[in-house]
Design a protein around this ligand. Structure first.
Ligand SMILES: NC(=O)c1ccc[n+]([C@@H]2O[C@H](COP(=O)([O-])OP(=O)(O)OC[C@H]3O[C@@H](n4cnc5c(N)ncnc54)[C@H](O)[C@@H]3O)[C@@H](O)[C@H]2O)c1
Ligand SMILES: [Zn+2]
Length: 369
């Protein structure tokens, strides 16, 4: 099957995105096109150490590059997005004499991309980097857009920089080793794009969900491309997330982040928590009078097909509310929410009251039992 291609065109840079099965084998040609250089240069792969097969394949694909290749294997996960874990990696780069012409490759899921991108943004005031995302979530969402960063004990993703990759390669065969939960986590972000932007994509997803879960090649490639087209459109209009255009990408994330935080980031994968967050936001959309009940049911139907762990039986909704208020979008005790008017049409509502939230939670629980 032919590779799918996109280009994220920004004022100062542009980022080709290549999607498909087997595309990674052409990595050298893609790098030479995206980052041309006559001189030999050093490539540093910050790789999820558990991905033995993908790592071998990437090293093989890079064998003919004009330069040297060094691999820095790391343990993926939220623990990596910590200054204590990241700092020694700068030391590794210095020891290996990485210079300003060197290129960092991120090989792994969203945590690897966030960290490798952040190191690329800050090492010697910024060097080029390339994303080779290996989770569905990273291929449909986190690898594109240039948000890089790490966590602080006071909150997630609070330390970071905007630093666009020069190339993103979504090798779909990498996804074959993902667990069902990891796939569902990616489906959460995919459903986000369909619900907020695209009724036609929503119908496609509803019809092809089974094949998507089985990672049927043509379906996966199409879904990655469609999701990234929407992401690119938002990023293009608001690269630095200052105008509010990218806000819609937070649909489902206010409640989702609270759920992740309350359960110490242990119970849910990010996209799983976002599925709950979207279901909550849909209930709130109805309570706030934006969304018709029958339209909400239609969107719920799709979300219910993405299996995610149940809400904790002891979930204290007051605690959820106080977390949501800590969210950077809360102002004057009123939380700003991305809600849905109708399929494919979102609305930003900053008048949501505590009562609305409680009512929505009741409605959500009615649906989920
Ligand atoms: N920068 C952004 O715009 C953005 C957007 C959304 C999410 N994120 C971040 O992304 C992170 C979550 O991403 P994630 O779920 O990909 O995290 P991750 O990197 O922790 O990967 C999840 C798990 O999947 C494993 N894995 C990765 N690829 C695999 C493969 N091909 N086969 C089998 N196992 C594989 C990893 O080892 C890990 O255990 C969060 O930290 C979140 O904040 C960033
Ligand atoms: Zn997300």
């Amino acid at each position: 099957m032919k590779a799918q291609q996109l280009k994220l065109k920004l004022d100062a840079h542009s980022c080709p995105i290549i999607i498909g099965e087997g595309v990674v084998n052409d990595l050298v040609a893609m790098i030479e096109k995206a980052l041309p250089s006559k001189k030999s240069r050093k490539i540093f792969i910050i790789a999820d150490k558990d991905l033995t097969k993908a790592r071998t394949q990437v090293l093989k694909a890079l064998a003919k590059i004009n330069g040297s290749v060094h691999e820095i294997p790391v343990k993926a996960g939220e623990g990596l997005k910590d200054i204590e874990s990241v700092f020694p990696l700068y030391g590794k780069l210095l020891e290996l004499k990485a210079d300003r012409q060197s290129i960092i490759i991120a090989l792994g899921g969203g945590t690897i991309g966030d960290v490798a991108g952040f190191i690329a943004a800050t090492y010697m005031r910024g060097i080029s980097w390339i994303g080779l995302p290996t989770t569905l979530l990273a291929q449909v969402d986190s690898s594109v857009g240039g948000k890089t960063g790490i966590n602080h004990s006071l909150g997630k993703n609070l330390i970071g920089a905007f630093h666009q990759p020069s190339l993103v390669v979504c090798e779909t065969s990498f996804l074959k080793t993902l667990s069902a939960r990891e796939i569902n986590s990616g489906l959460g972000e995919i459903a986000k794009y369909a619900i907020t932007f695209d009724p036609k994509f929503f119908d496609y997803l509803s019809e092809n969900l089974k094949d998507l879960k089985k990672l049927k090649a043509s379906v996966v490639s199409h879904v990655i491309k469609r999701s990234l087209e929407w992401k690119c459109l938002c990023v293009k209009q608001d690269e630095y997330d200052r105008l509010g255009v990218r806000e819609v990408l937070n649909f489902g994330h206010t409640f989702g982040h609270a759920l992740e935080a309350i359960t110490d980031f242990k119970k849910y994968q990010h996209g799983e928590a976002v599925v709950w967050g979207m279901r909550f936001a849909l209930a709130l959309s109805e309570i706030r009078g934006h969304l018709k009940s029958k339209d909400r049911t239609k969107m719920e139907q799709l979300l219910l097909k993405i299996e995610v762990p149940a809400l904790p039986r002891t979930l204290d909704f007051k605690q959820v509310m106080s977390h949501m208020k800590k969210d950077k979008k809360a102002q004057d005790n009123l939380i700003r929410f991305v809600l849905i008017d109708r399929l494919g049409q979102s609305v930003s509502d900053h008048m949501v009251t505590d009562e609305d939230l409680v009512e929505s939670f009741k409605l959500l629980n009615k649906v989920s039992v």
